[in-house]
Design a protein around this ligand. Structure first.
Ligand code: CUA
Length: 347
């Protein structure tokens, strides 16, 4: 039954085509997140999505017209019993027809060009407008560094931003750079994606309309752990954000019970790559750990940040994330427990 088979492939094709509209992604917390490009909750994402709907609508209309005209032609002018084999009369040169198929596509292309230019002009901002919040994003293999120059905060993998106050938005203005290879920063519900390129600063902004957790990921292949270069964005109310920022500005807390672990941390190679503010650890190669435990995942989203996972990670990062640049530190047993106890105090 070729007709039945054709019908089935058509349905399967249509379903496959529709799936990317609503993509559900899962990260370490195992909660499904909507990362569909048609579910935007931020000014630039909504502008992009309206543009996509317009283009899809125009293309769908063209598709329908072509299919309908084609179907009518095939059915109405099919060969009937009794028709002879002579060619029908041929028509050459029709001014109205030629005018129509030149002018109509021109109008469509012109319309799309205007809307494209307007959308790009609206979204592409290279100088930060006054009152926006600047954040510098640094892509690393395979994690994200976030710097808040206004607050003197450096954190990793989980970006916290405020919602605007009483009608007035406080958009976040990102400057993106890379420490090694090309990455791409993408939070589908907040904005389009942008490449993160070594020796070059790119810019992106978003202006969320609701609080909540939004996920994304690196979307440019950047090596073994590209797939685990995940992103989380927490949008807070302005008060919540102020609280978060104030906590991030504190130095690491003192705690006698974890003194031993601290000593281990500060006397091993940990400090060559990690910073803990207020200590001798000022390394830049790995994530800033000053407020490690204020994050919910570790290894750029590869696992929930629990004591057990942290222990597993420090014992041998490659166990959770093969190819991760952090080596196994050779700290074991009791010493490892003390080290983890210390890290757990970095709230
Ligand atoms: Cu970073 Cu892919």
């Amino acid at each position: 039954m070729p007709l039945e088979r054709a019908r089935r492939s058509l349905v399967a094709g249509l379903i496959a085509w529709m799936i990317p509209l609503e993509v559900l992604a899962k990260d370490a917390s195992n909660v499904p997140f909507n990362t569909g490009v048609f579910s935007g909750v931020s000014t630039p994402a909504i502008a992009t999505q309206n543009f996509a709907w317009l283009v899809t609508g125009i293309c769908a209309a063209i598709f329908v017209v072509v299919v309908v005209v084609g179907a009518i032609t095939i059915i109405r002018f099919r060969k009937r019993p009794g028709d002879d084999d002579r060619e029908p009369p041929q028509i050459y040169g029709s001014n109205p027809l030629e005018l129509a198929w030149t002018v109509i596509p021109l109008i469509i292309v012109f319309l799309l060009a205007i809307v494209t230019a307007r959308t790009i002009a609206e979204l592409q901002i290279d100088e930060m407008p006054e009152g926006w919040m600047p954040v510098t994003v640094v892509g690393h293999q395979w994690w994200w560094e976030f710097q808040y120059p206004e607050y003197g905060i450096t954190t990793a993998n989980e970006l916290h931003i405020p919602l605007g106050e009483a009608g007035a938005g406080r958009p976040t203005f990102l400057t993106l750079e890379s420490e090694d290879v090309i990455h791409s920063f993408w939070i589908p519900l907040l904005s389009g994606k942008i490449d993160v390129i070594p020796n070059r600063n790119n810019h992106l902004w978003f202006d969320p309309l609701e609080t909540g957790l939004f996920v994304g990921q690196c979307s440019e292949y950047c090596g073994t752990q590209h797939a685990n270069m995940l992103l989380r964005v927490y949008v807070h109310t302005p008060e919540e954000f102020k609280r978060w920022a104030a906590n991030q500005q504190r130095d690491a807390v003192e705690n006698l019970a974890v003194d031993r672990g601290r000593k281990i941390f500060l006397t091993t190679a940990c400090i060559n790559c990690h910073t803990v503010k207020g200590t001798v650890a000022t390394g830049q190669f790995g994530p800033d750990l000053t407020h490690l435990m204020s994050r919910h995942t570790l290894g750029a989203g590869v696992a929930p940040l629990t004591a057990a996972n942290l222990r597993d990670w420090v014992a041998d990062p490659a166990h959770l994330k093969p190819g991760a640049r952090m080596p196994a530190m050779g700290v074991q047993g009791r010493a490892l427990d003390q080290l983890i106890a210390y890290l757990m105090t970095l709230k």
